[in-house]
Design a protein around this ligand. Structure first.
Ligand code: CP
Length: 329
């Protein structure tokens, strides 16, 4: 049964009630979210990091899978917009006793919440919930499906550095097969006109990915030669059942991004990584902490992007974001 939405996004971008993925968004909508994030960046630089934009809204962060960056970033975004927030993890909640996702959400709704931010190990969990509850639902990562706010902060970081997304050459390196981040980034980058490549061991590249218009590069040296942005993915040890790579040492030898490899880049190259990093496996410390790295700016942008998404789903518009952050509309 599909519940009738009550928080049916009156945002100026037509996003609708929920944000469950980037696959269904247009470039105008994606760039509109990034534009909305711009004025919100400044709030985090103030001495008092709080504006009354979401005063009176109640948001539940339902994180049923581990997270550091996404959970804390959403919580900062919500608190900086003056929402009331509650955090729920599976440990210590009735999920441990076998309560279903929908029952958990309906009980939260009975306490009159407005939004749910959900991370779940199952692909489709966010949409499943969005179809069944009237609150706004934001996907904070669902299995191997999508992680839309991660991709939005990645796009904002690329746009900040290169001035645009269209036409830019971005290569995603590593475990593309198991990565919801890769999936959301590919949708977002392609939709906004970037050239996208992937690089990694054949076992970690999804079959048929070329049909999306993505180029497959087999050597990391080729990727470094081609790309303006190298997006390095974590080797997801927890999602690998079966031998996808012979050993981590071998992965590092053939695909690890090192200073020596980057120094052979023909031009400027920016390094992004969604975290958490396996230093010495997919990325060396010299690179993670070096002049190429935009990894911490990605984290900073995450708060502004999540503020923008919360604001838009609550009915805000990109045009009003600048005045809203001052006046708290
Ligand atoms: N990038 C990301 O999703 O990190 P967390 O798992 O720490 O939230």
């Amino acid at each position: 049964m599909t519940a009738k939405p009550t928080n049916a996004g009156a945002d100026g971008l037509g996003l609708g009630k929920d944000l469950t993925g980037l696959q269904g968004l247009t470039c105008e909508q994606i760039e509109g979210i990034l534009d909305t994030a711009e004025p919100f960046k400044e709030i985090s630089e103030r001495r008092i990091k709080k504006v009354p934009v979401l005063r009176g809204k109640t948001i539940v962060n339902l994180f049923l899978e581990p997270s550091t960056r996404t959970r804390i970033s959403f919580e900062f975004a919500e608190k900086r917009l003056s929402a009331d927030t509650v955090n729920i993890a599976s440990a210590g909640s009735s999920v441990e006793k076998g309560e279903s996702l929908v029952d958990t959400a309906r009980n939260l709704e009975a306490m009159r919440i407005d939004m749910v931010v959900i991370r779940h190990s199952s692909a489709g969990a966010a949409q499943f919930l969005a179809d069944r509850i009237p609150s706004n639902v934001i996907n904070a990562g669902d299995g191997q499906h999508e992680h839309p706010t991660q991709a939005l902060l990645d796009l904002l970081t690329i746009r900040d550095r290169l001035g645009s997304i269209a036409g830019r050459r971005v290569c995603i390196v590593g475990d593309v097969r198991h990565s919801r981040v890769a999936r959301s980034d590919i949708w977002g980058l392609m939709r906004c006109g970037a050239q996208v490549a992937v690089c990694g061991p054949k076992t970690l590249i999804p079959l048929g990915i070329e049909e999306l218009g993505v180029t497959v590069l087999s050597r990391v040296e080729e990727a470094i030669e081609w790309a303006e942005v190298l997006y390095i993915l974590r080797i997801q040890l927890e999602r690998m059942v079966g031998g996808f790579v012979p050993s981590l040492r071998e992965y590092n030898r053939f695909f690890g991004v090192s200073r020596a490899r980057l120094e052979r880049a023909p031009g400027d190259i920016a390094i992004l990584h969604p975290g958490p990093m396996n230093r010495g496996v997919e990325i060396d410390s010299d690179v993670a902490d070096g002049p190429w790295s935009l990894i911490l700016p990605q984290v900073t942008n995450g708060v502004a992007v999540r503020m923008a998404v919360l604001y838009l789903l609550a009915g805000g518009s990109p045009e009003r974001a600048e005045s809203a952050k001052e006046a708290g509309e």
